[in-house]
Design a protein around this ligand. Sequence first.
Ligand code: BDR
Ligand code: CA
Length: 327
Amino acid sequence: MEYRSEPGTNPRLVIYDTDPGIDDAIALVFQARHPEIELVGITSVFGNSDIDTTTKNALYLASRFAPGVPVARGAAAPLKCPPPEPIAHIHGNDALGDIERIGHVDALEDGRAAHRFIVETVRAHPGEITLLAVGPMTNLALALEDDPEIAALVREVVVMGGAFGFNGTLGNTTPAAEANMHGDPDAADIVFGAPWKVSIVGLDVTHETVMTTAFLASLRDRAGDAGRFVWDVSRFYERFHADDGMSKGIYAHDYSAAAFVVARELYTVRSGPVRVLTDGIAAGLTIQKPASMLASAPDWDARPACDVCIGVDADAVLALFARTLTG
Ligand code: BDR
Ligand code: CA
């Protein structure tokens, strides 16, 4: 299948809001290589590790795969809670799988806070910026608080997060919450309620999209430096997935959201407003009121519809990754 996007709008200008993170790194390599994506900035956020570590990793990734792309440091903690503990058992002590780094990090932090970087970049490119958010949504919520008018100026927001029960799960961090929603449920509820176009790529489709060991080994052998990096960085993640009961492979969480940006035709979506529970034992639970539901639901009805991914052509999404990395 050929790459497709709306006519006359290439390339897509993307700000990548991320908590790298192994699968975040894999998604960044894809964006850096895809001809229809122009990365205009990377904003870091706490999540898979503390903000110092995720920012350092973002700088490393920019230096190695996206030289010249600015990196702005983001939120160190959720809107209303202290920072969580890093999840070293999933992403490694350095949050990039504890692989040996090669070379010097040739990138400097942008002087602006991430949410200011988002506001100023959106205002500089009205109608053109896609916000691709694959960590807790704190930076986006802060940007909206700082300048609510950016909602009308953003092209779209694509989020990796949430779970709506389509593949039998509602969460991976708790029985009710996916990690990015659990990381800052207040921010997520703000982002999903703002008047901008939001698409949500959650566990319903990322759990269907598995990069197997054989797939990753093939990239290692065929896709040069990028393929070797994806293989190296995914070794730790694969061991975590094996401990978690999955045989031979990793979920393509953050990459799935990046793929959606350029190939939304590979996904089936359901439209309707989405709420995120912000406290209690189900904090981080995502609940959509489908557009087809006629009953009144005041906590949803006043909010804009989001597109929630409920199906995916996983083979085509994986083929897109392989094709992009092998050039
Ligand atoms: C999400 O949580 C993080 O650990 C991953 O990077 C991904 O963004 C999956 O639930
Ligand atoms: Ca992430």
